[in-house]
Design a protein around this ligand. Structure first.
Ligand code: URA
Length: 214
């Protein structure tokens, strides 16, 4: 259920779209918002792992022996969450891909310059043998996503994909002007950014809504 144009892949699965609409609604509670973010994380994980290679393996069922597909053992994933809103998506994705390793990037947006400032960075040691999925619900200006990809690229992973829930057209253009070959998965592309770089109509501040802060 993904429609692919260039390197932007829109995830249009009805369950994703329905849950996203619930998340957008201002009356949705913190607990419900967090639950929906986790559920959408699972659905996004399903879509972004469609191209994982399979290998046939000889197995024994209770009735017969047969050849059956399993995920190729040499294809290993790292999920990298951009703190803090990435955590909600990460939790859902890990439910489906429990063997993935996890990295974290802490970035905050300097309120005056809007430039991302790194305050935390930790990746698994063997990233060069793994494919990386970077997750952050909101691609607004794109600056955090650009910075996160650049940091991860320093460790030479096999590949990188960027996964978000909502993207602004300005953010997509900025991201792809820096990283034209990194596939960007999103459930929706909204209208524009406001003067404070919030996505309109958007869903507000994803971190605040997931954690009940303000
Ligand atoms: N980050 C958010 O959480 N929301 C926005 O609208 C933009 C950036």
């Amino acid at each position: 259920m993904a429609d692919s144009t260039a390197q932007v892949i829109r995830i249009q699965h009805p369950l994703v779209q329905h849950k996203l609409t619930l998340m957008r609604q201002s009356e949705t509670s913190t607990a419900k918002f967090r639950q929906l973010l986790r559920e959408i994380g699972m659905l996004l994980a399903y879509e972004v792992t469609r191209d994982l290679p399979l290998r046939l393996e000889s197995i024994q069922t209770p009735l017969a022996s047969t050849e059956a597909p399993k995920l190729a053992p040499d294809k290993k994933l790292v999920l990298v969450s951009i703190l803090r809103a990435g955590q909600g998506l990460l939790d859902g994705m890990l439910e489906l891909i429990p063997s993935a390793r996890v990295g974290h990037i802490g970035l905050y947006r300097d309120p005056s310059t809007r430039v991302p400032v790194e305050y935390y960075f930790k990746l698994p040691h063997d990233v060069e043998h793994r494919d990386v999925l970077i997750v952050d619900p909101m691609l607004a200006t794109g600056n955090s996503a650009i910075a996160a990809v650049e940091r991860v690229q320093e460790y030479n992973p096999l590949s990188i994909k960027f996964i978000c829930l909502l993207a602004a057209p300005e953010g997509i253009a900025n991201f792809h002007s820096h990283h034209p070959h990194i596939p960007l998965y999103t459930a929706a592309i909204d209208d524009h950014l406001d003067d404070h770089a919030y996505i309109i109509p958007g869903l507000g501040d994803a971190g605040d809504r997931a954690f009940g802060t303000r």
